[in-house]
Ligand binder design. Structure first.
Ligand SMILES: *Cc1c(COP(=O)(O)O)cnc(C)c1O
Length: 375
């Protein structure tokens, strides 16, 4: 028996941990099926920006092959994958850090460079993981008000102080889908002090047209304080395997590696990522499907006279009266989208672009709901 009979064990955690609002993910299909008594096969999930094509067939073959080696620890340096990424992006092996999802990269940035008393800057309506990783290490988050749902980079510059260590930027941003133009971004980087690290989260870069694709990897030689984060969870369709990577200056990568778990990326994920990088055709098909689905959804929103935020990614946030209730009605009809009130967007829902039939089902159900609500 303990000497000190304590109250509530949660009070043992520091205040900065207790004040964290946990991450709310998209509702799993199995959970909705349980809750509503629906068949899993009848549910359409458009809530987590996953690739509706699944993974590359080459990745699937690699996964099946890699299962035989599960009893062994993974390669803690992900050598085969590292070599491929280095060649594809023209960086040194020592500039790459692999993560258990790119979330891991964001967290490693916070753990390596933030501590109580210093500050990290991010935008209002930006990806929810930035405040989470900042708070988890006891640092202070500084939120820059968005400008028409987009990042206001001028505003970022104004709040940089001697306490600023990190800046998080999502480009395109989730959940707004907004994109920062390349020249504006480069001008911004030139104005950020050299002792402030900038994490550029490019989770959706594969969904950008050739003209808009990021060139930031070419800027790494110019900006030692730049960290680029990429993921295999979105266009590559490996969300369930958890793998992403960061590209950065060797000295920064060295610090990441000191706080990284030795085997943070599992062997199946490494094998699938290697195979995925060799399947440009799959990424091209995913991009094309997304382009067509975007047109389909936008036409649907226009027909329903709904406001939406033009998006450069594989999802769109749209405005409805009484978003919580519309979300509930969508769920009752087996359609999962994402309410984003926790992003300070209580009037919006975010829908991921799915297969043609999934998008059509979403639009049909949404139309019925809006009609019945207006009666
Ligand atoms: C989905 C997403 C990620 C990817 O997370 P993983 O951990 O790689 O699955 C990263 N950043 C943003 C902005 C995202 O929306």
């Amino acid at each position: 028996m303990s000497l000190l009979s304590c109250c509530n064990l949660s009070e043992l955690a520091p205040d900065y941990i207790r004040s964290i609002a946990p991450y709310q993910g998209g509702k799993p299909i199995s959970e909705l099926a349980r809750e509503m008594g629906l068949n899993e096969a009848d549910i359409v999930k458009l809530a987590s920006n996953e690739n509706p094509l699944g993974m590359s067939p080459k990745a699937q073959m690699a996964v099946e092959k890699a299962i035989g080696e599960i009893a062994r620890y993974p390669d803690g340096n992900s050598f085969a994958l590292r070599d491929l990424v280095a060649k594809k992006f023209n960086v040194e092996h020592s500039q790459i850090v692999f993560g258990n999802g790119s979330n891991d990269i964001l967290e490693l940035a916070a753990r390596a460079f933030l501590h109580a008393g210093c500050e990290a800057i991010y935008s209002q309506h930006a990806f929810a993981v930035y405040p989470l990783v900042t708070q988890a290490v006891g640092a202070t988050g500084v939120v820059v008000p968005a400008s028409n749902y987009a990042h206001d980079l001028e505003g970022f510059l104004k709040v940089i102080t001697p306490k600023t260590r990190l800046i998080f930027i999502a480009n395109p941003n989730n959940p707004t889908g907004t994109l920062i133009a390349k020249d504006g971004l480069k001008t911004f980087l030139k104005q950020v002090p050299a002792n402030v690290l900038v994490v550029l989260d490019e989770a959706y870069d594969e969904y950008l047209s050739a003209e808009h694709k990021s060139e930031a990897i070419n800027w790494l030689s110019e900006f030692d304080n730049l960290i680029i984060s990429r993921t295999f969870s979105k266009a590559y369709g490996l969300a369930g395997l958890r793998i992403g990577f960061g590209l950065m200056h060797t000295d920064v990568a060295d610090m990441f590696n000191r706080v990284r778990q030795p085997f943070n990326v599992n062997s199946i994920a490494q094998a699938a990522a290697v195979a995925s990088l060799a399947d440009d055709d799959f990424v091209a098909r995913s991009y094309a499907l997304n382009q067509a689905g975007m047109v389909q959804l936008i036409q649907g929103f226009n027909k329903l006279e709904l406001e939406y935020i033009p998006s450069s990614a594989n999802f769109v946030s749209f405005k409805v009266k009484n978003a919580l209730s519309v979300n509930q009605q969508l769920l009752q009809n087996g359609v999962i989208v994402r309410p984003i009130a926790n992003y300070e967007m209580p009037d919006y829902l975010r829908v991921s672009i799915g297969l043609f039939n999934e998008n059509a089902r979403f639009l049909t159900v949404l139309e019925q709901i809006l009609k019945s609500n207006n009666q």
